[in-house]
Design a protein around this ligand. Structure first.
Ligand code: GLU
Length: 562
């Protein structure tokens, strides 16, 4: 067979070689020794989830910690699955969580819509483009042409029906299914036969001619999993589809080579395809990148108590919009992901509470190689720590932006009450042990909403030790004696006085010792006052809350509860 002729017959319009493209895309200059180049390679299918962010953060950290480059390549070779506008949304979402790319697809000035590829300026930046795979057909074809010319790839005209029949036959005879070895019917078509198919108007796919031996194992390095050993691939996989676009396997090999990716971070579902990829790299005469197959995110199922994959259908927390809508600080989400990405991050954070996370020594070998557990409660704890370090002003500004976007009916209330809220957010903060009760914007609003009359409700039960008459008597006395000029201890002395005058113990322990001598204790009395003013039995320091509310509102609430 004259492979040279076959290559020209199949790709008459292709006059460039892979070497031409290698010359066009030389290695990045000026990177320091050991710099890592990574990429995020999303398919524009529309749903951006926590797993994407998890992977993207690994890409971003590996590259930026080493002084390297992290770029975005769009894997849009499957038109059927493509969702209009998916990439701008992805870019915005990742950028919201603090992940920005140095190169690749972007949407400068094309907010909200798919970047126009006819206007490359607006669709991408960087020297290794196009970064949209659908625009790289000429490059893939040049690489496929080389493989055909060398007898390592061939056109296959098998119809879907033929392939289906083959599969049935193989199944019935317990033969490893697929187009491989002797079952790869079109491996050895003569040039005349190929011509006849083409003349009949048939369009072939191009398959790789595998010379793998399934009894042989090869070894390859995975930065997360160490050295892995796998059997060689025997399948003649499709590398170029009928629409002149490559399959994932071939696009990965060509793009990661020509774009000089050094670490390929991707989901573990791609592990099984590594035997195909190494064969393709070998056939092209190219070095392998370092593979980093990360794990899927798991959770403990509430009903079964078992670990399972996070699911799009069952777990709203898988979608990133969940965190935006509830108003999680992006920094808190990122901080939590860092703790599950690198096993020693949490320890480092405890030792370095105020250091920038950029200073942490992130590395692939500290990533988990089996199902990473995602735990919302843990995220909330991390978020409390992150928010405890924020100023009241930062919390207010974040709340305001969140409300503007997601709860506009609350936006004006927040802006009209800025001064008050700044004081509220400052209660018991600063100092050695700041309060840690702020988690995310929606929860923060719930936490402080009793300051607003329109949201005030009685959430707690009145203490059982206090009768309805006594409640009235307590609140009467309180309304008469409350003076905002009292300091915290003068104020509490008055509460004690009211308690004692109505037959309640001054100290809880006195009541515990002699329960028959008292109706209850001062705690029950102050609980009545607290619930009257805030609707809740548990709040931060009540004296401070009243100082912020002002006398008028305090008295109004006390009167209302009588
Ligand atoms: N487009 C592939 C995906 O979305 C990318 C896998 C990779 O990172 O290589 O799964």
């Amino acid at each position: 067979m004259d492979y040279e002729k076959l290559a020209d017959l199949l790709f008459p319009e292709i006059d460039k070689t892979p070497e031409d493209y290698e010359a066009m895309y030389p290695e990045r200059k000026g990177l320091k020794e050991g710099a890592i180049t990574t990429r995020l390679a999303p398919s524009p299918t529309g749903f951006i989830h926590l797993g994407n962010l998890y992977g993207a953060l690994a890409d971003e950290r590996l590259a930026h910690k080493s002084g390297g480059v992290c770029y975005l390549r769009v894997e849009d070779t499957d038109e059927k699955r493509e969702v209009e506008g998916a990439i701008p949304v992805l870019l915005d979402t990742l950028s919201y969580f603090g992940i920005n790319f140095d190169e690749g697809a972007c949407h400068l000035g094309t907010e909200g819509s798919k970047p126009s590829i006819s206007d490359p300026e607006a669709a991408e930046r960087g020297d290794y483009g196009p970064y949209w795979q659908s625009e790289r057909s000429h490059i893939y074809k040049a690489c496929v042409k080389k493989l055909v010319r060398e007898g390592k790839a061939y056109p296959c005209f098998m119809t879907e029906e033929e392939i289906e029949e083959l599969r049935k036959y193989q199944e019935a005879n317990k033969i490893n299914p697929g187009v491989w070895g002797e079952y790869a019917k079109h491996r050895n078509l003569s040039i005349e036969e190929v011509k006849a198919h083409l003349d009949a108007g048939e369009k072939p796919v191009i398959r790789f001619k595998s010379n793998g031996d399934p009894s042989k194992y090869f070894k390859v390095r995975d930065a997360i999993r160490g050295e892995i050993s796998m059997p060689e691939n025997v399948q003649d996989v499709v590398i170029l589809k009928k629409n002149d676009l490559p399959t994932y396997h071939f696009a990965h090999v060509v793009d990661d080579h020509l774009m000089h990716t050094t670490y390929v971070v991707r989901g573990e579902e791609w592990m099984a395809s590594v035997p195909i990829h190494v064969q393709l790299f070998d056939a092209m005469g190219w070095e392998y990148p370092i593979f980093c197959h990360n794990t899927v995110l798991m959770k403990i199922d509430e009903t079964t108590g078992q670990k399972r994959k996070l699911s799009k259908r069952k777990d709203p927390e898988l979608g990133l919009s969940y965190y935006k809508e509830l108003g999680y600080f992006p920094e808190a989400v990122r901080e939590y992901l860092m703790t599950i990405l690198n096993s020693d991050y949490e320890e480092w954070r405890i030792a370095n509470p105020y250091k920038d996370y950029n200073e942490f020594n992130f590395s692939a070998d500290k990533m988990s190689d089996s199902g990473t557990l995602f735990d919302l409660n843990k995220l909330n704890d991390v978020s409390k720590d992150v928010l405890a370090k924020k100023s009241a002003e930062e919390i207010f500004d974040f709340m305001q932006n969140w409300a503007n976007e997601y709860e506009p009916e609350k936006a004006k209330l927040l802006s009209d009450n800025k001064e008050m809220l700044l004081k509220v957010f400052d209660i018991d903060r600063g100092g050695e042990k700041p309060r840690k009760d702020l988690v995310f914007a929606k929860q923060i609003f719930e936490f402080v909403k009793y300051f607003f009359d329109e949201y005030f409700v009685y959430e707690s039960e009145w203490p059982a030790e206090v009768s309805v008459e006594d409640r009235k008597a307590i609140l009467d006395a309180y309304a008469k004696t409350y003076d905002p000029a009292d300091d915290n201890s003068a104020w509490f002395a008055k509460v004690k006085e009211i308690a004692v005058s109505l037959g309640y113990a001054e100290k809880p322990k006195d009541y515990k010792k002699n329960p028959e001598s008292f109706k209850g204790h001062v705690g029950h009395v102050s609980s009545v006052i607290r619930i009257a003013i805030t609707g809740r039995a548990n709040t931060p320091d009540l004296w401070t809350i009243q100082q912020i509310m002002g006398k008028e509102k305090v008295i109004k609430r006390v009167e209302m509860a009588k």
